[in-house]
Design a protein around this ligand. Structure first.
Ligand code: DX5
Ligand code: ZN
Length: 218
C-alpha cells in the first residue's frame, strides 16, 4: 500500500519544503498538464528536473498531455522514477511503455473515467502501473467517482490472470472517507492532493491514509 501525495495542491512557491513535508510518503505525484489534453496548465520538464534534484522521495509523474509519444520519454530520461501517460492521447502505447522502461522508469498508463479497461488489457505486460482516474483529469479538489470501482476490480482481475507485478493507482478525490473502497476494489497506490496538503499536517495525513488503506487491502 503506497501513498503518492499530489503536489498540485501544494504551495507552488515553496515546492522543496512541500516535498519535505511528505518525505514519509512513497512517491510525490507530479501532475503535468498542457492546456490541451486537459483545460489546465501546470508545469513541465524544467520544473520536474529541478524537483528531482531536491526531492527526498521518488517522483511519480502523471502526464495529462497531448502527444506523450513525443514528450513522455524526456521525463524518464531526466530521472523520473515513474512516468504515466494517458492511453487516450498515445498513438502507440506499447512502444511508448517500452521506451519509458528502456530509459529506466516504471511505465504507467492512465485511463480517464469514460475509458474502458477491456480494450487495453493486452497492454498489461508492457506496464508497471495502471492509473484509474476517479475524477475527470484537470483539477484538484473534485468529488470522488465511486462508479470507477468496477474498473479497478477489472484491472485487478487482469493483473491476477497475467500474474505480473503491476500496481493499480487511483487518483482524484481520494481521502480518508474514500480510500477504503479503493483498497477493497484492488488499488494499491493512492494519490491524494487536497486530502494531504489541505490537512493540518501533511505528514500525519499520509500516515493516516496508508493505515486506512492497509486495513482494507483486498
Ligand atoms: C487531477 C490530478 C490529481 C489531483 C488530485 O487531474 O490528476 O492528481 O491533484 O487532487 P485531489 O486529491 O484533490 O482530488
Ligand atoms: Zn494526477
Amino acid at each position: 500500500m503506497q501513498i503518492s501525495p499530489s503536489i498540485l495542491s501544494a504551495d507552488f512557491a515553496n515546492l522543496q519544503s512541500e516535498l519535505d513535508a511528505i518525505s514519509n510518503a512513497d512517491w510525490a505525484h507530479v501532475d503535468v498538464m498542457d492546456n490541451h489534453f486537459v483545460p489546465n496548465l501546470t508545469l513541465g520538464l524544467p520544473i520536474v528536473e529541478a524537483l528531482l534534484k531536491v526531492s527526498p522521495i521518488p517522483l511519480d509523474c502523471h502526464l495529462m498531455i497531448e502527444d506523450p509519444d513525443r514528450w513522455a520519454p524526456g521525463y524518464a530520461e531526466a530521472g523520473a522514477q515513474s512516468v504515466t501517460f494517458h492511453v487516450e492521447a498515445a498513438r502507440d502505447p506499447r512502444a511508448l511503455a517500452r521506451t519509458l522502461r528502456a530509459a529506466g522508469a516504471r511505465a504507467g498508463m492512465a485511463l480517464k473515467p469514460g475509458t474502458p479497461w477491456a480494450p487495453h488489457a493486452d497492454l498489461l505486460p508492457e506496464l508497471d502501473m495502471v492509473l484509474v482516474m476517479t475524477v475527470e483529469p484537470g483539477f484538484g479538489g473534485q468529488s470522488f467517482m465511486a462508479d470507477q470501482m468496477p474498473k479497478v476490480e477489472q484491472v485487478r482481475q487482469s493483473v491476477k490472470q497475467h500474474g505480473g507485478e503491476v500496481w493499480i493507482q487511483v487518483d482524484g478525490g481520494v481521502s480518508a472517507t474514500t480510500i477504503e473502497q479503493c483498497a477493497e476494489a484492488g488499488a494499491d497506490v493512492f494519490v491524494a492532493g487536497s486530502a494531504v496538503y489541505g490537512a493540518e499536517s501533511a505528514t500525519s495525513a499520509v500516515d493516516e491514509l496508508r493505515e486506512l488503506a492497509a486495513r482494507h487491502a483486498h
